[in-house]
Design a protein around this ligand. Structure first.
Ligand code: XMP
Length: 326
């Protein structure tokens, strides 16, 4: 019979035997899968796991600091935080096509990740190590459906062959969750004592806010969307609906419209509220959020976020829509 305790015990034993005296690295996204994978492997090999968390410039507001704090202080992981936002935003300059955005972010991620991996393994090699491991939080649905219409579901997942590492470094893959579904991963995370805040996190795409800013992604537009997104998530949580909806977020459109604020005419951006119910993200229904909640979110965004003067609600299901706008 499958139980979380049994799974944890056998996985920890297997990883410990596999890795032996070797070292491993793991890319953290802040999401439940990579976090659970990292905690499991850390349970097996302790300090010989180093996690890498990259700020790609399109994370949620304060996410870079918050995730590092949770991962180190609450989960006891060994985390290297790399703030590469400027590098990523430079690559995104002038890019408006959704696939080109994904390519720019994916390519830059591999470059940043490789640089860090090299530094980590070079330091470890001083201790005579030559076998290196890469931990990934791949789930069963990722294995069976490895390519989606929009491309790999997470940048790190197409990273199986870490290029640019020293030739004598044999990088092998550890995927402790590859037989599991998301609900099983959540049960394991709970059993490992991980905070609900991580376990119940809504999915967040690898290319982050870049695919929620239609048109060009600039530091200024990221800052506007981060503010709006924070209000949407906070109000959905306050209404007790965060776990009921699959995803809930804001999208920034490259559309300006006229408004009025006090006795001033405004001419500013439009923001979309998107909230969907889903089992697995493959199909989704737009969520019938209460009017009072929508009213609250809308009035908070327009009054608190400079740069947005109009809020609309997306009532498209998937199919024919997609959950994200890009
Ligand atoms: P769509 O928009 O295709 O999204 O209905 C389905 C699910 O996949 C997520 N998504 C992504 N996740 N990289 C990711 O890691 C991506 O490029 C990407 N595109 C979409 C989306 O958030 C939803 O959960």
């Amino acid at each position: 019979d499958w139980t979380p305790e049994h799974f944890i015990q056998t996985t920890v034993e297997r990883v410990r035997a596999q890795v032996g005296e070797g070292h491993a690295i793991c890319g953290l996204s802040g999401g439940v899968d990579s976090s659970v994978a990292a905690v499991l492997v850390a349970k097996a090999i302790g300090d010989r796991l180093t996690c890498i968390f990259v700020n790609n410039g399109v994370l949620r507001k304060d996410e870079f600091a918050k995730v590092q704090k949770t991962m180190t202080e609450q989960l006891g992981l060994n985390v290297v935080g790399v703030d590469a936002s400027e590098r990523f935003l430079a690559k995104l300059a002038g890019v408006t096509d959704p696939e080109q955005k994904r390519k720019a972010i994916g390519g830059e991620f591999i470059a940043v990740f490789d640089d860090e991996a090299k530094k980590i393994f070079e330091a470890e090699k001083a201790g005579g190590e030559e076998i290196a491991w890469l931990v990934q939080g791949t789930l069963y649905p990722d294995v069976i459906e490895s390519s989606s219409v929009k491309g790999p579901s997470q940048t790190i997942k197409s990273h199986h062959n870490v290029g640019g590492l020293p030739a004598d470094m044999k990088l092998k893959l550890i995927e402790p969750l590859r037989d599991l579904f998301k609900d099983e991963v959540r049960r394991i995370g709970r059993d490992l004592g991980m905070p609900e805040e991580i376990i119940e996190r809504q999915p967040f795409p690898g290319p982050g806010l870049a695919v929620r800013i239609l048109g060009e992604v600039t530091a200024e537009r990221v800052a506007i969307l981060q503010e709006a997104d924070e209000i949407v998530v906070a109000e959905i949580k306050a209404a007790g609906l965060y776990r009921k909806v699959w995803q809930s977020f804001a999208v920034l459109l490259p559309v300006k419209s006229v408004g009025v604020m006090g006795d001033q005419r405004t001419y500013a951006n439009t923001c979309v509220i998107r909230a969907v119910e889903s089992e697995d993200g493959m199909t989704a229904d737009w969520a019938p959020l209460p009017y009072e909640l929508l009213r609250k979110i809308s009035s908070r965004i327009v009054s608190e976020v400079r740069g947005i003067n109009r809020v609309v609600y997306d009532i498209t299901s998937k199919p024919p829509g997609t959950i994200e706008w890009e």
